[in-house]
Write a protein that binds this ligand. Sequence first.
Ligand SMILES: [Zn+2]
Length: 420
Amino acid sequence: MKRTSVVCFAFFSVAALSVASCSSASTDTPETTAPATSSPAGTSTSAPPSTTATPAELTPIVGSITAPPNPVPGTDGKVHLAYELDLTNFVSQPVTVQSITVSDGDTVLQNLTSDVLPEWTKVFGTTEPGTTFGPGQSGLVWIDAVVDSMDQVPDTLENRISVTLANPSPPILPASLTYSIAPVTVDKVEPVRISPPLRGERWVDGNGCCSVTAHRGAVSPLNGKLWAPERFAIDWVQLDAENRLFTGDKTSTASYPYFGDDVMAVADGRVVAVVDGLPEQTPGANPSGLSVDQYGGNHVVQDIGNGHYAFYAHLQTGSTSRVKVGDELKTGDVLGLLGNSGNTDSPHLHFHVMDGIDPLVSNGLPFEFESFDTTGKFASSDAVDRLLDVSAPAQLEPGVTTEARTNEMPMFMDVVSFPS
Ligand SMILES: [Zn+2]
């Protein structure tokens, strides 16, 4: 389980652009007024009505979404709409995003104000959190809009962005402006409903949806566009009876009792890719020297129907030889063993569902488990990180009682039990 991106997204810097038409209130403004008409004698004249419904407005930052959101109910009682805004500053001066508000009509579903926006933003080519886009610079803002029930999921969402300019030039470039950007049509399909890939108690949801974890952050430029395959991915690790991750030498896979647990097919479907033979990594440190196609380690991709593919990664060396491409698996069939191969610093199962066969060139889809229990919740993301460092009981929120869950997606930092 890694809190760094599986594929780093600090990949490029954009050369400065200039927008010539920004330098003056120029003469090429489109004609927007109707020809003058005569007025009856004795009546005052007023400006004729505009022939355009919405005057054109220079919007320094433009954007699009990486993929339409699919709603999914989470264990927090909310239905989540997760997507990413891909923003670019098109003017030749720095522009700072002050806030982004996601709305359904008058109802605000997420309000990213300046105090929290840096946590949800990555400006490409920068290393520090921030929301200032240099000339020509691009970046991403991760969105997690929520409603209370599936019935309330809207057809469309509006993103309103408020920006300030370093060098305003009114009236065409005022010091601040707010406008709509990248309209969203919600893809209101049902979440992919599956069975758990693991059995037993005290499984921890590491890096699950919907804050900006290593998984949501893993948006990569591949084959000419951005992809977010790990948007809903979960790294599963298991606590022992004393809520510890390991005992003894943390660099030995034998110190992790769940190493070697069965990993099971989450649905019926054909195996479409298998990798085996990659070595087990030494826990406690990030491996180096891997090629991108080795990041998933030993893994299986299963076609579970309707254009959905399940990805089971970091499996134990030799364990995936039990399946081969073309095998038709039934729900619950063991397809490999939980391991520590590929880009991993401790034994875990990386699991996600995607809309294509390629674990990188695809977009992640939300999924829900038919039946499981939530039995605990981590007190903080730091408490999850601490699990990997020291052999000590996990710092869990007090007072969390066991709750049966039906057709929900576990959320980041949940502790859950799956049917044995
Ligand atoms: Zn992962």
